[in-house]
Write a protein that binds this ligand. Structure first.
Ligand SMILES: Cc1ncc(COP(=O)(O)O)c(C=O)c1O
Length: 404
């Protein structure tokens, strides 16, 4: 008897990598190069965080589907300091960006609706869509090597994107900067995308959870013309994923904003999921933004610098420095299968990396590692990857070495 909904048609049980991971985690020399839970990796201003919750009002309950106005005003203020003007009435607070996505899908989709999702990209979106009975349709971001060698530009394959739009298509998701590529859309792709969304009446969903970790803060100018929903939250902005507070921001034609507000109000009112203490504390918590963000940026910078030094003379590994986000892509030129590489590296050198297929990096042997791992552990991990790659060279045809 199968008690599960037919939408759960994934393979049951652990795959090989997960099995080896369970054993490896118990070994004293285990290195986790995927680790990206900030709460165990950085020093927090505990006094400030605790003071955010010392407030007699946390005992009161003021349900509001959009979230407390004072909390939304704190967000307006946060963005204003960055030069981005937002309207307090166009924010909706949610308990996590994933929840925001699920609220949007409940609001704009019917069973059988389709949403376009970028590949490579954040793997959770496929699941979130399936859970809302929405079909996830992929469009490709195609890598192009820039003149500065260790940088890839990822461009939308508009032919595939347009071919995949039909009358069931409701929205296009973009992740800016993208996880795991660390790239932003080019200005020309952004403009084309906005035009396409306008032409086809599609909602543009912009996941910008890593926008505070872009090389410079940016306002995605061309998107201001589209009917957009921007997503962000304190999981990344304040490195506080355990506090479960995110937001969506509606922008575009007045008719679009009004309709979406009406729909989202019904959905959000059915859950009222964001707890009062965190809503009341946000203003104070945001005072600590620069302190935690600068620590994270510094770690990313140091780890990127180390990667450049360590890998510059190793042609068997290509590295592609991100413009934003917390992740780094490595391409192993001496292997063709990313899962095999990750399994063997974990088994032989007790070092865990994500195989690229987890992010739909299907061609070549890409692996993904976290740039917020503490510096010494990160360096030892990279050295182990180099050692393992040298010891296990496979004879591959020259054609696989396409980024050199
Ligand atoms: C690109 C991207 N979007 C959304 C999320 C989910 O964020 P939240 O913790 O706010 O649900 C993550 C989490 O890592 C992410 O990487």
């Amino acid at each position: 008897m199968n008690y599960l909904s037919s939408k759960f048609n994934f393979e049951r049980g652990e795959n090989d990598l997960a099995k080896i991971l369970t054993e490896s985690k118990t070994l004293p020399n285990f290195i986790d190069l995927t680790s990206s839970n900030p709460t165990s990796l950085f020093v927090y201003d505990l006094d400030l965080i605790q003071s955010a919750f010392i407030n007699p009002s946390i005992i009161s309950y003021k349900p509001d589907p959009q979230g407390l106005k004072e909390t939304r005003l704190a967000l307006v203020d946060y963005y204003q300091k960055k030069g981005r003007l937002m309207d307090v009435d166009q924010f909706f607070l949610t308990s996590g960006t994933s929840e925001a996505m699920s609220f949007i899908l409940k609001t704009i989709c019917d069973t059988g609706s389709e949403v376009l999702v970028p590949t490579p990209g954040y793997p959770l979106y496929d699941f979130l869509l399936v859970m809302e009975n929405v079909k996830s349709v992929n469009y490709s971001l195609v890598p192009r090597l820039t003149e500065s060698q260790n940088k890839l530009i990822w461009e939308i394959d508009f032919e595939i994107l347009e071919r995949n739009i039909n009358r069931n298509t409701k929205a296009i998701i973009i992740v800016e900067p993208n996880n795991p590529t660390g790239s932003r859309l080019t200005v020309s792709d952004s403009k084309k995308l906005v035009d396409l969304c306008q032409q086809k009446n599609l909602v543009l969903i912009v996941d910008e959870v890593f926008s505070d970790y872009y090389k410079e803060y940016y306002l995605s100018q061309p998107f201001t013309k589209a009917n957009c929903i921007f997503l962000n939250g304190i999981s990344k902005t304040l490195a506080l994923p355990q506090m479960k507070l995110s937001w969506m921001y509606l922008s575009g034609e007045p008719e679009f904003v009004a309709q979406l507000k009406e729909g989202l109000e019904i959905v959000a009112d059915s859950f009222l999921s964001v707890n009062m203490p965190v809503q009341l504390g946000l203003g104070k918590l945001l005072e600590g933004a620069e302190k935690i963000q600068s620590q994270i940026r510094e770690r990313i910078y140091t780890n990127c610098t180390r990667v450049k030094q360590l890998l510059k003379s190793h042609t068997e590994i290509d590295f592609f420095l991100p413009d934003g986000g917390w992740y780094l892509l490595l391409k192993i030129n001496t292997f063709s299968d990313d899962e095999e590489f990750a399994c063997k590296l974990l088994k032989n050198n007790i070092t865990y990396v994500f195989p690229g297929y987890m992010f739909d990096l299907e061609k070549d042997c890409f692996i993904v590692i976290s740039l917020i791992v503490p510096e010494e552990i990160f360096e030892e991990g990279i050295k182990r990857i180099i050692r393992f790659t040298q010891e296990s060279k496979q004879d591959l045809p020259q054609s696989n070495k396409k980024y050199h």
